[in-house]
Design a protein around this ligand. Sequence first.
Ligand code: PAF
Length: 283
Amino acid sequence: MKVLHTIADVRTALGAERAAGRTVGFVPTMGALHDGHKSLVEASVPENDVTIVSVFVNPLQFAPDEDLDAYPRTLDSDVALVEGAGAAYVFAPSVNEMYPEPIETTVTVAGVSEPLDGRSRPTHFAGVATVVTKLFSIIGPCRAYFGQKDFQQLAIIKKMALDLSLDVTVIGCPTHREPDGLAMSSRNIYLSDEERPQAARLNEALLLGIEAVDGGETNPAAVQAIMKAHLAKADLGTLDYAEVVDAKTLLTPDVLTGEVRMLVAVQFGKARLIDNMGTTIEG
Ligand code: PAF
């Protein structure tokens, strides 16, 4: 396994792979990797001849009051984890390598970026879309793998790839959970011993929402009330949102129908946790 730090080295290495007729799978990450990331690599390895994982804490997607400096950086263990999962390359650039000058070009996906996290983190998704576009341009993958835990991010990247005719298939992979249901996240390490058990309320609230919809509830306000009532039990957390939306537009319809998604966000101290689950209303 090779760890590459420059754009030029990635282009040389992957150019040679492609010239030899090999396909490239790509897993973009910000490092601090856990089993959820591992499963993305494991999804890519059998589907592509070589898999590359990027490890880059992207400053563009952090607001000034967010955790850019505190974000965990664990390159050595990240490399070991992805090597064990079968990746061929890690791309771990410096900030200066990615942004040698202040960036003046930004990719913004209107519509799906606006609700949910877009309301609380208004500059976040343009930062994500911009760095992912840049990484796609550097790496040139056939397929790219993203976790469904960041459901809105996945929807944005899919829409961006469609709108810009990017020559990459964007693949969403299932969320990995701790035994109590907490979605795996690099930010879980911020949770205190008291907050940690309360963090499981997110998954429980989603399950209650799913149960209500599967039981025939089609009024979004009623489903949201059920999820919010459960999240209120996590009294160390501050609710950002608990919503049920159309899975494609991410907007709340008057009446739930077709594929719907429940999404929640709660701030526990330094840890902003998000999670989501989906179901389909037949007929
Ligand atoms: O999901 C993440 O870890 C990041 O948002 C991503 C896609 C690697 C872009 O920095």
